[in-house]
Ligand binder design. Sequence first.
Ligand code: COD
Ligand code: ATP
Length: 235
Amino acid sequence: MRFLELIGTIILKYALIFREGDGTMKRIGLTGGIASGKSTASAILRGWGACIIDADAIAHGLMEPQAPLYEAYRAHFGEGVILPDGQLNRRRIGQIAFADPAEKRWLDETAHPVIRRAIEQELERAEAAGEPAVILDIPLLFETGWQAHVDESWLIDVPEPLQLARLQSRNGYSREEATRRIAAQMPLSEKRRLADVIIDNSGTEQELMERLHVLWQKQPHQAAGSNSRKEETHI
Ligand SMILES: CC(C)(COP(=O)(O)OP(=O)(O)OC[C@H]1O[C@@H](n2cnc3c(N)ncnc32)[C@H](O)[C@@H]1O)[C@@H](O)C(=O)NCCC(=O)NCCS
Ligand SMILES: Nc1ncnc2c1ncn2[C@@H]1O[C@H](COP(=O)(O)OP(=O)(O)OP(=O)(O)O)[C@@H](O)[C@H]1O
């Protein structure tokens, strides 16, 4: 019996080594302006089995009652940003921060180091689990310097008038509120210059899916022997 257990352990160990390959996990930064379609793209990729790390979701978790950003925001913005159910009024905080550069700076300086540490932990977990590739869905990839920590950056790209329309329709923002949020980010022209791969999302979701599929086929999880070489692509 002992002998069989030993054989089982050895087989399991080698199976894990085989699965983990050489231990190098490809990191892909998926970014884009607000309401460009990052979450839509992530959901499609997740459906194909991609390992996704969602920076906005991590940030929101850190804003739950008792979490570090909840306490920091409450202390800074006061009781006026607490909803009757005890949750943070994130929309209200956005209205304050995106209308006042000093408040926006405070928000960034407070939130980004905390979010960064949480993302790093998620990346370590993915690496330890032997993921061949991970997609980091992060709106501020270029603004926060995360670009240096990924192997490749993918930009979900939409023309600005369409971005404005989708943002207003999704969030119910006025034109002014939506414009302010777009203006708080790096201009799309600059993001296009920095990105390795530009994924056009001005068409239908079906078209987005087709464009992503072309890219997804080339990733390490797929065909054995595919490479992770940086390519200049515009699709
Ligand atoms: C201001 C807050 C409270 C607004 O919350 P809300 O739920 O309304 O928006 P949400 O977090 O879903 O963000 C929506 C989009 O706004 C944009 N955005 C959010 N924060 C920022 C920021 N500091 N600078 C520029 N754009 C931002 C991003 O495109 C993001 O995808 C919240 O976004 C926040 O705490 N932001 C600071 C942390 C941060 O930078 N998060 C984004 C990267 S992880
Ligand atoms: N190809 C498309 N055709 C029509 N609507 C789309 C398309 N792609 C995304 N949308 C819609 O546009 C809105 C913004 O998309 P999504 O939420 O995926 O953007 P995001 O980049 O993740 O936003 P945020 O920066 O706020 O996190 C959503 O309402 C989504 O359903």
